[in-house]
Design a protein around this ligand. Structure first.
Ligand code: SF4
Length: 413
């Protein structure tokens, strides 16, 4: 067991207990000087302008902080989830649906993913014009869609289709506020202090009526986010906090969130090290994700729901998502099988079919296409067949780039 967090300390401090991770036995500044927060363990000095695989500086950069209606019904509810999208990503999948803000890997001419590694020489040497083009490539697409409809938790039973996500009419319109231009070499988005981040959480609760705070890909900002959550809790944040991630997490870093996060929403992307290496340069992903999910469940306990918002909303627990990749049904079955045999109904599964081929993988023999209806049905039939009862599925036309939000900084300032 490691550390207990001193909630009022600023900079945030952790006390170290026996056997703890030395990287956490230290101040925020020290953690940022030699960053070991995620499984990449780059050791980048983020205070000096160096960056690791995540490309994140020492201060939090947000791409968007607004109501979001596209999550599982127990998260979005009627009022929406207060989604806070963090820029940068330590996993960086080649097929990333949010590549504009994650800075994810790109496929090289050989078909393998490539990405810049740690660049100690500093930010100015980071992304060039290519990155900037990617940043703006989806701007102007204001079409937004939402999954809503049946707001009850769905079950997989027999071969009956019990939709939990149902397509809704496209809705227009986030503010057409342009993204704040940041200096060349930095991630797209807007830099915020921990106090400002706490203020955003409170605004989403108090003014926008969000059902929860949904932290999307905050892995590389865990200490700052934990501090901001502590500030916000002291100022009256009471709605559940959801930690929404790719599942590539260190247990020791997750422990900084203990008592601050109510619901974990990790992906479980790959069961094969080869697939994880090919698509995310992370052959250790399967074992790392298994340990991370175990730590998440240790913190939250079994999944539980409450009434609110006229719907059934998640209150505590873990929902594990799996996005079915084209041509990967067998690997997906292994994932569903492992999750179900290990955790049964203590967790909820969300089996997703919304994979959308992004421009950078259009030429890839598998990733260049959508998943087929038949592939998805095979996976759902398998889940039902092995007895999965707590879960969500998707239906309708979900594999569209138009479901991806506009990264225009909405709600950050
Ligand atoms: S959070 Fe970023 S800088 Fe830190 S270890 Fe991970 S990839 Fe490297």
């Amino acid at each position: 067991m490691i550390g207990r967090r001193c909630r009022k300390a600023a900079p945030l401090l952790w006390a170290c207990a026996e056997g703890g991770d030395a990287a956490l036995d230290t101040s925020m500044d020290t953690m940022m000087k030699h960053c070991m927060l995620c499984p990449r363990e780059c050791g980048a000095d983020r205070t000096a302008g160096a960056f690791g695989v995540c490309r994140a500086p020492d201060r939090v950069i947000l791409a968007r902080a607004a109501q979001h209606f596209w999550e599982e019904p127990c998260i979005s509810g009627q009022a929406g989830s207060g989604a806070v999208f963090f820029s940068g990503c330590s996993l960086g999948c080649v097929f990333c649906q949010n590549a504009e803000i994650s800075g994810s890997y790109r496929l090289s001419a050989s078909g393998l993913p490539e990405r810049e590694a740690v660049r100690p020489e500093g930010r100015q040497a980071q992304a060039g014009s290519e990155g900037r083009q990617e940043q703006v490539s989806f701007q102007g697409n204001q079409e937004q869609a939402a999954f809503q409809g049946n707001q009850e938790q769905a079950s997989f039973q027999g071969n009956q289709e019990q939709a939990s996500f149902q397509g809704r009419q496209a809705q227009a319109g986030f503010a057409k506020k342009p993204a704040q231009a940041l200096p060349e070499g930095k991630l797209p988005g807007i830099e915020v202090s921990e106090e400002e981040l706490a203020g955003i959480f409170l605004r989403l609760q108090n003014r926008e009526g969000a059902n929860n705070i949904n932290l999307v890909t905050a892995t590389h900002y865990i200490p700052q986010t934990a501090h901001a959550l502590s500030i916000a809790r002291e100022k009256g944040l009471r709605i559940p906090v959801i930690y929404n991630s790719g599942g590539y997490e260190k247990e020791s870093s997750l422990r900084m969130l203990e008592g601050l996060v109510d619901v974990y929403l990790p992906d479980f992307k790959y069961m094969s090290s080869e697939t994880a290496a090919a698509y995310s340069h992370a052959p250790d992903y399967p074992e790392t994700a298994k340990l991370a999910i175990a730590e998440m469940i240790r913190q939250t306990g079994a999944v539980s729901f409450c009434s609110g918002d006229g719907t059934q909303l998640i209150r505590k627990g873990v929902i594990v998502r799996h996005l079915l990749l084209p041509g990967h049904v067998n690997e997906a079955k292994e994932i569903i099988s492992w999750l179900h045999s290990t955790y049964g109904n203590a967790i909820c599964l969300s089996i997703m079919n919304q994979y959308t081929p992004m421009p950078r993988v259009r030429e890839h023999p598998l990733l260049g296409r959508k998943t087929t209806r038949r592939e998805y049905e095979r996976l759902l039939d398998y889940a039902v067949g092995i007895g999965v009862e707590h879960g969500y599925m998707q239906e309708g036309g979900t594999a569209k780039a138009s479901f991806i939000p506009s990264w225009n900084g909405e709600g950050v300032r």
